[in-house]
Design a protein around this ligand. Structure first.
Ligand code: C2E
Ligand code: MG
Ligand code: MG
Length: 780
């Protein structure tokens, strides 16, 4: 739909064109009346009409084009025919033939109706004025005189000026450009320079026609055709140069366009400028018969850029089509570049796995939220989330499964919050939620929704895995920055973990201390591992049937500033920070070195002792572990090396881990499943592992001396282990009564416990092995 201002411009344009046409008709009518009053047309009128009118049509096809906006002024040289007619017949008759030629010319062009109406009018008016000027100067003398020549020159100039000025006014009316700038432009002088000599050809032809037989006029075809071809070459050459400029500018500008709309707007504008056509369309339908068009790929969308197909003096239809194609390619490139940049920006700002905003974007949004909250005096809350129980999923089912769980959780989190809240992934299993303009009374409900959503667990590889989430909540205070708010929420989350996981805890300023202490502990542990300050103690393992010590379990010990740190504390920190790999290797090296002293003792039965070392699942996944174990096994030759993997951590049985375990088992190193009975116990799991020892967790033997159910449970675990061919070690024997039950129910097993021996330094173990091979308690 045209806008109202466009409609008003159209009305103005048509009014002007019709006015000029009306004057033209009046001029024509006056010529007819005049001819009639002169006694009708002369004998040559018919011939003049038959040859002159078509000649006007032909010459009019080769105008010189002077550009102005999307319209352009065409200066035709067909007026040389008018000059010929004026010199050879009555003025009125000349105007009639001229008018007929003009009418025919416009009837045969493919121009817009408005342009044709105007051109008919302007042609006849110009012709009329030229005739008046000619008559005025010539005054009825013969043409073969200076006066006759002058009359033709004045008539030609009059025609040119009339045509040029009336066209310039038309351009001004349709484009709104000031008349002055339309009139004064490059090319005008060249046009006059071409125009006057060409028109004088008409005069020359008339002189020749009067002196020689009419057929000699054919000779004028040669200079005429040469001149018309030259004119066309100039017009087309200038048009091509102009088009190149438009294309260069469009291509240059396309580099800096920032969005699709800008590209589309520029494309439409450039196409109009390139073709010098006002009505270039962008639409979804292909061009019709009378149209040209190109398909433009604007990202995913395809549109058609369509214009009228019209042969013009300035360019051919093929040339127009080619120009549109080039412009379309520029636009498609620009869109492709914009989309690529958009994609890169998206990738830089989002987590590729879950497509959630990343830490950088979160911090950015928090910064803006804090500013807004300060102005609008609203509250901002930030939730820091860390999944509980995610690591075992990764360890046990592999990272592919872990990724699926994270994507699933991300989707659930988004459903728990408002549309306006930001859910971001900070990395690993950490997420954050930014809640703007929040009423703190609503936050507990939101936290509960989040806890419940995550606690639904996830189905991985057909198994349901339990998950939870610990949430720290921090409210922005006046002085907070994005970083400090995030740190506070993190500290609160840490408290939620420490307080038993699966809960929401609100930040309090006292929370920072505990975190700092933990960071110091991590630093110290790292130092101790690097300085090989982790010690190893050994707890003997005994055979129930004989009371003999058959092996020992190596247990790591760390004294921090002289104070022992409980193994459960430093081992779990080492697990969380990845230090466990270095720590585990150090323990393995220590045990391999200690093996020499143990091996030297002959227990009198010739059986080598077993040395058990605890290893973490992370070690199994670390590169080079097989070689580490091989070196330790070689150094510990003469003892049996056993690697205990705690069942609590779960082990990824699907991947390379199993292959690593098999390779290690193949070199004669055995595996024990530690803490059996309290972790991910399943028979199929036992079946898959290349393990030969089960260590029943202390929890299984804790109550066997006073609880029949506990006793039954231990017995069934023993039976199962035995049936599957495992050697079973019962841990945590602290009391005589417990031992008595074990001796009765599981005489073929091994035992380990404070009642028999506490963990001890190597020297004590050596002394023990050398002196007292049979435990008093186990003697029947
Ligand atoms: P674990 O592998 O199950 O080791 C047995 C734990 O039970 C040891 O605790 C041992 O001191 C304790 N224990 C032995 N007899 C009794 C008893 O009669 N009653 C009770 N209540 N406890 C008994 P510890 O030394 O504190 O080690 C705790 C855990 O730390 C170990 O459990 C093991 O999982 C881990 N750990 C220790 N050293 C290492 C190591 O070098 N590498 C790895 N990855 N883990 C280690
Ligand atoms: Mg153990
Ligand atoms: Mg254990």
């Amino acid at each position: 739909m045209p806008t109202s201002s466009a409609r008003a411009a159209q009305v103005r344009e048509w009014t002007y064109h019709l006015l000029i046409l009306a004057i033209g008709i009046a001029v024509f009518a006056a010529a007819v009346v005049e001819a009639d009053s002169n006694g009708g047309v002369g004998a040559d009128f018919g011939t003049a009409m038959l040859i002159g009118a078509p000649l006007i049509v032909v010459i009019a096809r080769f105008p010189m084009v002077l550009d102005r906006g999307t319209v352009g002024i065409e200066v035709g040289f067909e007026s040389c025919v008018l000059m010929f007619l004026l010199c050879t017949m009555g003025s009125a008759e000349a105007v009639i033939v001229w008018s007929a030629g003009t009418l025919l010319t416009q009837a045969l062009t493919g121009k817009r109706a408005a342009a044709r109406v105007f051109n008919v009018g302007v042609g006849i008016v110009g012709g009329g004025l030229a005739t008046v000027a000619y008559d005025a100067v010539n005054g009825g003398t013969i043409i073969e005189s200076p006066r006759g020549l002058l009359a033709v020159a004045v008539a030609a100039a009059t025609y040119f000026i009339a045509d040029y000025v009336l066209s310039a006014v038309a351009v001004t009316i349709s484009t709104g450009a000031p008349l002055r700038s339309t009139l004064v432009q490059t090319g005008t002088v060249l046009a006059i320079a071409c125009f006057v000599p060409l028109d004088s050809l008409g005069y020359l032809a008339a002189v020749v026609a009067r002196a020689t037989p009419s057929w000699t006029l054919i000779l004028f075809g040669i200079p005429l055709v040469t001149l018309l071809i030259a004119t066309r070459a100039v017009t087309r050459g200038r048009e091509n140069a102009r088009r190149l400029t438009v294309l260069f500018e469009a291509a240059g500008r396309a580099q800096s366009l920032a969005d699709r709309q800008a590209v589309t707007d520029a494309l439409r504008r450039d196409a109009a400028e390139l073709l010098q056509m006002k009505d270039v369309q962008m639409r979804t339908s292909a061009p019709a018969e009378s149209e040209i068009g190109v398909e433009v790929q604007l990202g995913e969308e395809t549109v058609w850029l369509v214009a009228r197909a019209v042969h013009r003096a300035r360019a051919t239809v093929t040339g127009d089509q080619q120009a549109l194609r080039t412009l379309a390619a520029v636009a498609s490139d620009a869109i492709a570049r914009i989309e690529l940049i958009d994609e890169m920006l998206h990738l830089a700002r989002h987590d590729p796995l879950t497509d959630l905003p990343n830490r950088a974007i979160l911090l950015d949004r928090v910064t803006h939220a804090l500013e807004r909250a300060r102005h609008q005096r609203t509250q901002t809350a930030l939730l820091f989330l860390d999944l509980d129980g995610f690591k075992p999923v990764n360890d046990r089912f592999g990272h592919g499964a872990g990724d699926l769980v994270l994507v699933d959780i991300a989707g659930r989190l988004r459903e728990c919050v408002r549309e306006s809240d930001t859910v971001a992934r900070l990395g690993g299993d950490e997420f954050a939620v930014l809640i703007e303009d929040v009423d703190p009374r609503d936050v507990p409900a939101m936290c509960h929704r989040i806890l419940a959503a995550v606690e639904e667990g996830a189905v991985v590889g057909g198994q349901v895995v339990r998950l939870g989430v610990s949430v720290g909540v921090a409210y922005a205070r006046g002085s907070d920055t994005a970083a400090s708010l995030l740190r506070n929420a993190d500290l609160a989350m840490y408290e939620a973990k420490a307080g038993g996981k699966g809960r929401c805890v609100e930040y309090k300023p006292t929370m920072g201390r505990a975190r700092v202490e933990r960071l110091e502990l991590i630093d110290d542990l790292r130092g101790a591992v690097e300085a090989e300050q982790i010690e190893v103690v050994y707890q003997p393992v005994l055979e129930v049937a004989t009371g003999r010590i058959v092996g020992a379990e190596a247990l790591a010990r760390w004294h921090r500033g002289g104070v022992p740190v409980p193994p459960d504390v430093f081992i779990s920190i080492a697990e969380e920070t990845g230090l466990i790999i270095a720590l585990g290797e150090a323990v393995l090296r220590r045990v391999a070195a200690d093996a020499a002293a143990i091996r030297a003792i002959d227990d009198g039965h010739g059986d080598p002792l077993s040395l058990s070392v605890n290893i973490s699942a992370a070690q199994l996944r670390s590169p080079g572990f097989i070689d580490t174990v091989r070196r330790a096994a070689e150094a510990a030759e003469g003892t049996h090396l056993v690697l205990e993997i705690t069942e609590r951590q779960g082990v990824d049985l699907t991947g390379e881990v199993l292959a690593v375990m098999r390779a290690i088992a193949d070199m004669g190193v055995r595996f024990a499943i530690d803490d059996f009975g309290v972790g991910f116990s399943s028979i199929s799991y036992l079946h898959d592992l290349p393990a030969s020892v089960i260590k029943a967790d202390a929890a299984l033997s804790a109550d066997v001396d006073h609880d029949d159910r506990a006793r039954g449970l231990l017995r069934s675990v023993m039976e199962m282990g035995r049936t599957l061919g495992f050697l079973v070690v019962i841990e945590g024997i602290e009391r005589e009564a417990q031992l008595a039950v074990v001796m009765q129910d599981a005489p073929y097993s091994l035992v380990q416990g404070y009642l028999l021996h506490r963990p001890m330094p190597l020297a004590d173990l050596v002394a023990l092995l050398s002196g007292a091979p049979v435990a008093q308690q186990l003697q029947r």
